[in-house]
Design a protein around this ligand. Structure first.
Ligand code: GRF
Length: 202
C-alpha cells in the first residue's frame, strides 16, 4: 500500500511512520507534502529519500486550487492512503473524493471532545482528568469523521500543554502506525448497519 503524508510542522508522527512501517509489510511512503516549505517534516522525508513538495498558500489562488494541486501530486505518486499527520489545514471535498475513505488524521484529543485547533489547550482549560488521542477517517467536517482507534491516558494533575503533549506523543505514534498497518492488511471496514462505526478485524 502506497502512503502519502501531509504534515505542517515537526513531523514526529511522520518520523514514526518512516521508522516503523515504511518499507515493511508492503507499505511504502511515496510522497510527503506540506503547506509550509520550512516544515521539519519535509526535512525528515528528504532524509528518508521520500519525494517532498510544499504547497504554500501564496502559490495557489485559493485552498481549492491548492487541494487540486496536492491531490494531483499525491495521486501521481501512487498514494492509496493519505495520512494527515499534523497537517494544520482542512482538505476540501474534492480532495476527499480523490481518495474515498482513504484519508486519515491523528488528533490529540478523545473525539468528539475538543475538535479543531489547540485541542490540548481546550482539554486543559476544561479541566479533564483523562486525555487521549484519536485516529479517524477524514470527512467534510472538522475532526468529525468515523473513529478508527483511540487511546487514553490519565493525567489528573496536568497543568501545562507541553506536559500533556509529551505524554500523548508516544500514544499517537503507536496508534497511527498501528492503524496504517491494519488498513494495509485490509482489516479496517465499516459496520453495515451503522456506517459511523468502524470495524477492525482482529
Ligand atoms: C500531533 O499532536 C497531532 O495530533 C496533531 O498535530 C500534531 C503533529 O505533531 N494533529 P508532529 O508534527 O507529528 O510532531
Amino acid at each position: 500500500m502506497n502512503v502519502g503524508v501531509l504534515a505542517s510542522g515537526e513531523g514526529s508522527n511522520l518520523q514514526a511512520i518512516l521508522d516503523r512501517v515504511h518499507g515493511r509489510e508492503g507499505i511504502e511512503v511515496v510522497a510527503v507534502g506540506s503547506d509550509k516549505p520550512d516544515a521539519r517534516a519535509l526535512e525528515r522525508a528528504r532524509a528518508a529519500n521520500v519525494p517532498v513538495r510544499a504547497f504554500p498558500a501564496g502559490e495557489h489562488a485559493d485552498r481549492a486550487a491548492r487541494d487540486v494541486a496536492m491531490s494531483d501530486w499525491l495521486a501521481g505518486a501512487g498514494a492509496e492512503l493519505v495520512v494527515l499527520a499534523g497537517y494544520m489545514q482542512l482538505v476540501d471535498p474534492a480532495f476527499l473524493d480523490r481518495f474515498p475513505q482513504r484519508v486519515i488524521n491523528v488528533h490529540p484529543a478523545l473525539l468528539p471532545a475538543f475538535p479543531g485547533i489547540r485541542a490540548v489547550e481546550q482539554a486543559l482549560a476544561y479541566g479533564v482528568k483523562v486525555f487521549g488521542v484519536t485516529v479517524h477517517f477524514v470527512d467534510e467536517g472538522v475532526d468529525s469523521g468515523p473513529i478508527i482507534a483511540q487511546r487514553a491516558v490519565e493525567l489528573p494533575d496536568a497543568t501545562g500543554p507541553q506536559e500533556v503533549r509529551a505524554a500523548l506523543r508516544p500514544l499517537e505514534h503507536d496508534l497511527l502506525t498501528g492503524v496504517i498497518r491494519l488498513i494495509a492488511r485490509g482489516a479496517v471496514g465499516f459496520d453495515r448497519e451503522n456506517p459511523r462505526r468502524v470495524v477492525v478485524q482482529p
